[in-house]
Every structure is written in C-alpha cells, then in structure tokens.
Design a protein around this ligand. Structure first.
Ligand code: NAD
Ligand code: DAU
Length: 354
C-alpha cells in the first residue's frame, strides 16, 4: 500500500514516517511537505537504506492544487495522514493569515483533490481508503481546574491557530457528511520527543539552558498542558486508521498534566544531572509577558480511543522526558543547524533536481 503523509518533514510527521515504515514493512510512504521554516530534511537522516527505498519525498504545498494532484496521479494513495499545518500558537498571534491559508484552505484543497481521485468516495472506506486529519485538543479551548475534554465538548478555540484547526475539523466533517469521504479526526494534546522544533516549550528550554540563556516562562507559568510522548501519538493515529469508525473524532492524550513551570524546573534538574553543568540552574528562569489569550489548562478524556481500539499511552513522562533530553544532548548539531539556519540548505544540497 502507499501512504501519503503531509507535513512529513515536521516534528510529528517525521516521527510518524519512521513509525509507519517500521509498522508496515511492505508499504511505501510518500512524504509531501512544503518545507516551510518548520520542515527539516535532516529529520530523515536516521533512515536505513531499506527505509529510504520505500520513502519518497515530494516538496509540495497542500495549498497548490496542481502539486497535490501530481502526487495522486503519480501514486495510488490508499491513506492520507494530514499533518501539514502551521503549528505554533505564538506565530499565529503575530501573523494569522498563513494559518488560515494552510490549515483551512490547504486542508480543503487536499480533501478535494483526494475526493476527485478516490472518485467513488462513498465506497472508498470499503476499499480501505482513509483520510486521517491530525487535529488538536486546542480546538476545545480552555478548562478550569476540574474536568476533561471529551469528543462532545463544544469547540471554543481562542488563538488564530486553534481557530484554524477547528475550522479544518468542520470542513473535514462536512466532506464526510456531504460526499461520504472516508475521514477520521484525531485531537491530541501536547507532544514531546525527538525532532521537536526549538520554538516550542520543551526543546526551547533545553536549548536555552544548554547555552546558559534565559528561560522565558509566560506569565505565572502555572498554565497546564497534558503531555504525550510523540511515539504514543503516532501509534494512536495508526490504531484509529486501522480500527476507527468513518466520520468519528478521537481524542488522544497522555493522562499526564503538568504546569509549565514544573516542566521547566524538571528540564533544568535533569540537564544539570546529565551534564554536571552547575550554570544550568533556576536563576535562568525569567517570567515574561503572558501570551495573549493564553489557554489556562488542557486535559483529555481518551476513553473513546481506549474502548474502541485498545490504545493507551505506553511511555511514562519520567522515561519520555529523560530520553528526549538525552536525544537533544546527543544531537546538539541538529538544533545548532536550525538556530544557524543551515538546515534550510539541506534540500538544495541533497534533493533539488532529483
Ligand atoms: P511542525 O510545525 O513541526 O510541522 C509542520 C510541517 O508541515 C512542517 O514540516 C512544514 O514544512 C509542513 N507544512 C506547513 N505548511 C505546509 C503546506 N502548506 N504544505 C505542505 N506542508 C506544509 O508541526 P507538528 O508539531 O509536527 O504538528 C503536526 C500536526 O499535528 C499539525 O497539524 C498540528 O496541528 C498537529 N498537532 C500537533 C501537536 C503538537 O504538540 N506538536 C499536538 C496535536 C496536534
Ligand atoms: O495542545 C496541542 C498543541 O500543543 C498543538 O496543537 C500545537 O501545535 C503545539 O504547538 C502545542 O501548543 P502549545 O501552545 O501548548 O505549545 P508551546 O510549546 O508553544 O507552549 C506550551 C506552553 O508553554 C504554553 O502554555 C505556553 C508556554 N510557553 C511556551 C513557550 C514557547 C512558555 O511559557 N514559554 C515559551 O517560551
């Protein structure tokens, strides 16, 4: 079978490509990615020769109908996993438009081209064809101290990012209801792990601490996120692809809520233990101006996916965060190339003209 992964060169997309290459040894994977600032071909450097033979990278934009159409004409795509998105909340506050373009219109373009190629969309599910939309728990808005998001929770997004993801969810649902498109939507909480772009909380704090730079904590730092190891998310997406119901939404969460400030302190302590560097200490923490519209708490009820597929998160936060921090220590060059901008040259040097 041929699987299309959009946003393959990003954080979760790249982890998912590795996961699926292992999980489906007979499958080919097409990775479609526009290589925005967040796309990094270095993320594929750990592939074995055998995996490289089954992985086909295409530089292309989900907003560009012709480019997407080319992929569907070239490959007999059985499954689409749409990870492509503008993903950073802070950027969406300063420049919302690209979020609306990629996350909403790009998703609709992808759906539409896919519908055209899968022609009898209504029968596509029976033929094993599926479109999995990777959404986020942020579409539900913010929780008080109690309660969890279920799939029935009212959509109440607050940032341009989360509003664009909520809009995409509605469009994906509309393609199911109107055209019978074989879709599934997943809504996951905060991922962490290897290849996480160093603008996001965990990799940013690791990189700043290693370089003895200030650690900017927004507001009081007592906002709560539910953290999940990226591989557990990848497995969840695969399990709903295999066992999920057409048109259904599945929450995915780590059952692992922490205040931001406690994550930052944990990173400091773990890094100091691993490196013996005494300059990595809480004096680096700076409470800075809060993010506008900052959601206070996310918490996930993942009963549905557990009951319908048997999925549960397997990695404890203690193990996951340690191995993530070790990965960043062992791969300092990966972050350094991003910070210096060198990672952007990878495509020209290794792929362009192929
Ligand atoms: P990321 O920013 O690391 O990667 C996004 C990838 O999409 C990049 O490789 C980028 O080049 C590509 N891309 C952007 N615009 C594109 C376009 N127009 N056409 C083709 N490719 C394009 O993001 P991520 O953290 O890996 O998130 C992946 C998906 O998972 C997103 O849809 C996001 O909303 C969702 N999600 C993320 C998290 C999280 O904690 N990171 C949690 C839940 C859901
Ligand atoms: O919940 C899922 C979402 O998680 C995904 O949909 C998004 O794509 C992903 O980016 C992530 O969004 P967050 O806004 O929660 O992640 P971020 O790493 O940007 O921030 C995590 C928390 O840390 C948040 O409360 C803001 C805070 N923060 C973040 C940064 C970058 C800081 O205090 N300081 C910082 O420098």
């Amino acid at each position: 079978m041929t699987i299309l992964v959009t946003g393959a060169a990003g954080f979760i997309g790249a982890n998912f490509v590795y996961y699926m290459l292992k999980q489906y040894p007979d499958a080919d994977i097409v990775g479609l990615d526009a290589l925005t600032y967040a796309g990094n071909l270095d993320n594929f450097s750990a592939m074995t020769a055998e995996q490289k033979r089954r992985f086909h990278f295409v530089k292309g934009d989900i907003n560009n109908r012709d480019e997407v159409d080319w992929v569907f004409s070239e490959y007999d795509v059985r499954a689409v996993f749409n990870f492509a998105a503008e993903s950073h909340v802070d950027r969406s506050i300063y420049d919302p438009q690209v979020f609306l373009r990629t996350n909403i219109l790009g998703t609709q373009t992808l759906l539409d081209v896919c519908k055209g190629h899968w022609k009898t969309a209504v029968n596509a599910w029976r033929a094993g064809r599926k479109f999995v939309q990777i959404s986020t728990d942020e579409v539900y808005g913010s929780l008080g101290p109690e309660g969890l998001f279920t799939e029935e929770t009212h959509l109440d997004p607050h940032s341009p990012y989360s509003a664009s993801k909520a809009a995409a969810d509605l469009i994906v649902g509309a393609y199911h209801d109107t055209f019978g498109m074989p879709v599934i939507i997943t809504r996951c909480s905060n991922n962490y792990g290897p290849y996480h772009f160093p603008e996001k909380l965990i990799p940013l704090m690791i990189n700043n601490a290693l370089n003895h730079k200030e650690l900017p904590v927004y507001g009081d730092g007592r906002q709560i996120r539910d953290w999940i190891y990226v591989k557990d998310h990848c497995r969840a997406v695969d399990m709903v692809f295999e066992q999920g119901r057409p048109g259904a939404v599945y929450n995915v969460g780590g059952n692992n809520e922490h205040e931001n400030i406690s994550i930052v302190k944990l990173i400091i302590d773990t890094l100091r233990d691993l490196t013996g560097d005494e300059e990595i200490n809480p004096d680096l923490i700076r409470h800075v101006q809060d993010r506008p519209g900052h959601d206070r708490r996310y918490g996930i009820d993942a009963t549905r996916i557990r009951e319908e597929t048997g999925w549960e998160p397997e990695t404890t936060f203690e193990d996951g965060i340690k191995s993530t921090i070790r990965w960043y220590l062992d791969n300092r060059e990966w972050t350094e190339k991003i910070v210096s901008g060198e990672y952007m040259e990878f495509y020209e040097k290794n792929y362009a003209g192929r």
